[in-house]
Design a binder for this molecule. Structure first.
Ligand code: GRF
Length: 198
């Protein structure tokens, strides 16, 4: 039986689309829910157009009440009964309490060659560090920010004159190849790591 995948987004959802498109008849998993914390996330309409159920838990009314937000997020996820959760540009920090509930079943894509450049502004930080390669990583989510076991990485060259925007634009298509490749293996219980080079 196919594994059930819920995808959490906050924005345009291009990684979500790449994951959902890859989940064809031959895939060991299927997308059962796209959930956003942002009512204006462009990815919600894209999911609807692809025939995937959507849900929204707006984080803003929960200001100062992270536990309340996560409790409602958890409830919305449970309704879809997912086996795997993919964070795909989900821009909320999750607490160890929430992460523990989905231990071993939650993946994230991060736009750097982890363990370098955890957190935000990864492209600029790679430039500032004088890196000549840059990349993205898919990892399991643990309580440590961007710190869980790495399942796959993709790398691109940093070219003379590159800006942070140039890097972000050139990296995104690699993210769209890497995340589906890792999810296929993860859903298949195949622990072979994925490495991609542009
Ligand atoms: C991607 O660069 C992802 O690595 C980062 O946020 C971006 C999301 O883009 N965490 P999208 O919403 O998937 O288009």
């Amino acid at each position: 039986m196919k594994k059930r995948v819920a995808i959490l987004i906050s924005g345009g959802g291009s990684n979500m689309v790449a994951l959902a498109r890859d989940m064809d008849a031959s895939h060991p998993a299927k997308a059962v829910l796209v959930l956003s914390n942002n009512p204006n996330a462009g990815g919600l309409a894209k999911a609807t157009n692809m025939g995937i159920a959507t849900a929204m838990v707006d984080h803003r009314p929960y200001k100062g009440d992270r536990a309340g937000f996560e409790s409602d997020l958890h409830a919305a996820l449970l309704k879809a009964n997912p086996d795997i959760i993919c964070l795909a540009g989900f821009m909320r920090i999750l607490t160890p309490n929430f992460i523990e509930k989905w231990r071993g079943r939650m993946l994230n894509i991060h736009p750097s060659i982890l363990p370098l450049f955890t957190g935000l502004h990864t492209h600029q930080r790679a430039l500032d560090a004088g890196m000549v390669i840059h990349g993205c990583s898919v990892h399991q989510v643990t309580a440590e920010l961007d710190g869980g076991p790495i399942l796959g990485q993709a790398v691109i060259p940093v070219l003379a004159g590159d800006t942070a925007d140039d890097l972000a634009k050139r990296l995104l298509p690699m993210e769209h190849r890497l995340y589906p490749a890792v999810l296929r293996k993860f859903a298949d219980n195949d622990d072979m790591k994925v490495s991609l080079f542009s």
